[in-house]
Design a protein around this ligand. Sequence first.
Ligand code: HEC
Ligand code: HEC
Length: 137
Amino acid sequence: MKILLSVATLVLGLTAFGGQAETASVEVKSLRQAEVSTTLSADAVPTYPSKGKAIERTFIHQPPLIPHKDSYSITTKKNGCLTCHSTEKATKMKATAVDKSHLEADGKFNNEYYFCVQCHVAQADNKDAIVGNNHSK
Ligand code: HEC
Ligand code: HEC
């Protein structure tokens, strides 16, 4: 029994070693022995208009589209958008300051405008359509 066990350990050990040393690609087959492609194409990633460029507005008083990612966090403690777009920081951050309509009469930020992405949406070019559509004409 002891010998059998050590042989088994040896074989296992060798297989493990062999597996590690293996550098060539491994062929993967499904249970039905069909070829399985192991190379997956990359997910579509959104690309945003080049940095520092505003997107032309299509109608008057349109909330301008965001030409960059919109995933900056907005919490009760901190507004990720205001770190660049507040009247105090905008020039330094090379960003446009919030519109005057977003301010109180004394120039302080009006918190009614706190949740920026309620009105402003990011514009991105995607490689693929995000959602399919079979709308018939
Ligand atoms: C790291 C700095 C930074 C942060 C954070 C940031 N932005 Fe920007 N944003 C910019 C820059 C730079 C531009 C391009 C210059 C411009 O048009 O203001 C820009 C452009 C914009 C524009 C277009 C302005 C226009 O006149 O067309 C909007 C709208 C905008 N951002 C909204 C947001 C919102 C909403 C958030 C939070 C989700 C946010 N930004 C976070 C730097 C930032
Ligand atoms: C209730 C909707 C609303 C909310 C909320 C809002 N905005 Fe706006 N924003 C607008 C509209 C509408 C305009 C365009 C104003 C105009 O042209 O009359 C604008 C304009 C802007 C501009 C362009 C200013 C310029 O001089 O060209 C920036 C930058 C901006 N908003 C950033 C922000 C940020 C950052 C927040 C959050 C802190 C925010 N906005 C919240 C509606 C909103």
